[in-house]
Design a protein around this ligand. Sequence first.
Ligand code: ZN
Length: 301
Amino acid sequence: MASPDVPANPEIIIGVLPIMAQAPAAQVSQQLNAVANWFSAVSQHRCHLSFTILPAILPQRPISYFAIAGGMGPPPQNSQSLVRAALDQLEPESLGKLAQVQSHLLAIATGPIKPHTWHLLGGGKWLGQKVWCNRYAIIQPDASLGTIAHELGHLLFNWPDLIWEKRLADECLMAWGALGTYGKQPSPPCGPLRVQMGWCDTVYLHPSDPVIKLTFSKVGLFRWHQIEWLIEYRSEPRPRLLLYRSHGKNPGTHPKILGRIFLEKEDFGKSVVGLVASHLRKTVREHSNCKFNARRAFQPL
Ligand SMILES: [Zn+2]
């Protein structure tokens, strides 16, 4: 079932501000292209990113001055002041370009700056054309695909950092999945985030529906014990089901993963709901001796 109430995502153009002595090396734009392709793939071609690289700017003070606590220290020695200083040095033409891209700003700074996404102080920077720039993401020129995708998740979609238990945290880009523990690529955004974005379709599961009904782009929903569950299928590097609580059309601002079921060959013909139910029963038996109550057992996790 498609999500007809979610509009298709239009192209999102991101202004890239190199805070460095010279224009960034060709590898940087190759990496940005790879990030755009990655978002296209994980969104089923519903998210289109492109990048406009602005002229390189070097503030008068060395970048290391702004790098206390990786750039996240108190002002003025932080990235807020660094990005502000760089924006203040931009030519009107570049400010105009940034205004046209709706101020989506990705700063790339050499020096000991840790990747993060933050807001500018003092209400932001006036770009003209009725546009303010008040947020930015900042990365280093050699940032990995996962790091850039994670920061863009914050910047463009307001996705939060997800604090998940360690053994499951590599399943989502916004938990620890940016590191790419599962395979070479970073983990995609988790099912609830993709549903929220309209990047995957949902299907209501009958108790008898088999695992093969689910694909990466089709997540399952079912009600059980007064809770709506969202089940996501992932194939790489090992077939598995990921289990979340669903909040209907609004999957929640901080989705939590509740479980993972690794699948063997024979499981593909089995009922998803049956597999989940036996997984939950087993988990509850292992973790508590109280009477089975899914709501009590899985809230809060
Ligand atoms: Zn983050």
